[in-house]
Design a protein around this ligand. Structure first.
Ligand code: UGA
Length: 439
């Protein structure tokens, strides 16, 4: 099929590349000429395992352009995968989606199906269809279908090629058939429903996962108070298939471009309809508090961080991505700097992006060891494999005072016990086997 994709962020680019991998001819459209030139040369503008390999492998079927008219003119299907960022009030900003819809209406010369992959508030697909219909320049039929995306950053290609499910929201049978054909070689259960239900499936899925994380974080906080161990608690819960063992990892809260935005957007939408979504509101509030948990813990050891060498390991919102959106470090590092700390940060791929936000005030280190050198305290924000593989002895030998506050439970307590460090993690006992007590 002849497919065009609007937007080359995580959703758009990965969708385009995976559709090309399944034999479709795909043209990806973006407004950024520099980015388009880069992708045309086979280079991915985002860090995503396996993506560049597939771009190279399918280069004959995969094209990149800024010329939307040409791309949309005779496409069978046009996917919209542009961003829907959060507005100040928590609602979703749909400016880019409408812009693309307008360009589609102006360009299409044949009947086609427009597929909205971007996460959009319930009811948006209906509005976009009416908007396109009203703006069409030629006598053609354009059907809008909802086809939400469930990929995670860091495993986006794998998640798309081995999708857990494909959700198709349509009001028109023919449009549903077109999408079934697009996905005929994907081995995943297909759920066909109406557009509003498809839009809701996306929000409800993300918000449920966010809720699960906030729930386990609250249980972790209680474990610390009563002396239980969250890792064992989560393991014991996870064997129950009704609960499941995923997304029960306690930490410093969820970040990224999806959960924070989608929880707020659904809460906003419910409010707009005079309904209070209490569980989602609780997930949001718990998450805001959890983000600051490490700094609060540090107060047990130092009244202030003024003049201290502070090692920060991990900057991104999770491992496997260079994305910093809503990463807990974005709130915590400015507070450390404000407190007068000498912040020495390390991240395997996130430093370049962090530098753009904080070109000054942070020393960027080329290795974990360099960050730990002479540190008075160390905060772990992201569970990168490189951090987990770093021996706890290094903290003892390199740091001035081996106080490690781990927001991602990267180490086993038994190992911390032997290492002669002060190790304070999430939802577990604090290990204080240091020669000198800092508490
Ligand atoms: C999330 C969903 O997992 C995807 O299914 C969805 O398609 C995507 O949003 C989206 O809407 O586009 P993503 O934001 O890439 O994917 O990342 P996740 O792996 O879900 O992690 C989100 C945050 O939750 C991270 O900060 C992570 O550290 C945190 N998390 C995750 C926990 O704190 N504990 C867990 O057990 C799992």
């Amino acid at each position: 099929m002849k497919i065009s994709v609007a937007g080359t962020g995580y959703v758009g680019l990965v969708t385009g590349v995976c559709l090309a991998e399944h034999g479709h001819t795909v043209t990806c459209v973006d407004i950024d000429e520099r980015k388009v030139a880069l992708m045309e040369s086979g280079v991915s503008p985002i860090y995503e395992p396996g993506l560049e390999e597939l771009m190279k492998k399918n280069k004959d079927r995969l094209h990149f352009t800024t010329n939307y008219q040409q791309a949309y003119r005779d496409a069978d299907v046009i996917f919209i995968g542009v961003g829907t960022p959060e507005k100040k009030d928590g609602s979703a900003n749909l400016t880019s989606v409408y812009q693309v819809a307008e360009q589609i209406a102006e360009s299409v010369e044949n009947d086609c199906v427009v597929v909205i992959k971007s996460t959009v508030p319930i009811g948006t697909n209906d509005k976009i269809e009416s908007f396109i219909e009203a703006s069409l320049q030629r006598d053609v039929n354009v059907y809008v279908a909802s086809n939400p995306e469930f990929l995670s950053q860091g495993s986006a290609v794998k998640d798309t090629l081995n999708a857990s499910r494909i959700v198709i929201g349509v009001e028109n049978e023919a449009a549903g058939d077109v999408l079934q054909t697009v996905y005929k070689d994907f081995k995943a259960p297909i759920v066909v429903t109406n557009r509003k239900s498809a839009e809701m499936i996306k929000y409800a899925s993300n918000d449920f996962l966010a809720l699960k994380i906030s729930f386990i974080n609250e249980i972790a906080n209680l474990c610390e108070i009563i002396g239980a161990d969250i890792e064992d608690v989560a393991k014991g819960m996870g064997f129950d298939k009704r609960i499941g063992d995923q997304f029960l990892k306690a930490g410093i809260g969820y970040g990224g471009s999806c959960f924070p935005k989608d929880t707020k957007a659904l809460h906003w939408l419910a409010n707009f309809h005079d309904y209070e979504l209490k569980t989602v509101k609780a997930a949001i509030d718990v998450n805001e508090n959890q983000k600051l948990k490490l700094l609060k813990k540090s107060r047990k050891y130092y009244d202030r961080l003024t003049g201290l060498n502070v090692a920060v390991l991990g900057l991104t919102f999770k491992p496997g991505t260079d994305d910093l959106r809503e990463a807990p470090t974005l709130v915590n590092i400015p507070l450390m700097i404000e407190d007068g700390a000498n912040v020495r940060a390390w991240d395997p791929v996130g430093m370049e992006n962090f530098k753009k936000v904080h070109p000054e005030g942070v020393t960027y280190c080329s290795s974990i060891e360099e960050a730990l050198q002479e540190a008075d305290i160390c905060f772990i924000f992201t569970e990168w494999e490189e951090i987990k593989a770093t021996s706890l002895d290094k903290y003892r030998t390199l740091m001035r005072r081996p106080i490690v506050i781990d927001g991602r439970n990267c180490y086993r307590l038994a190992d911390a016990d032997k290492a002669g460090i002060l190790y304070d993690s999430i939802g577990r006992e604090t290990i204080s086997q240091t020669e000198t007590s800092f508490v």
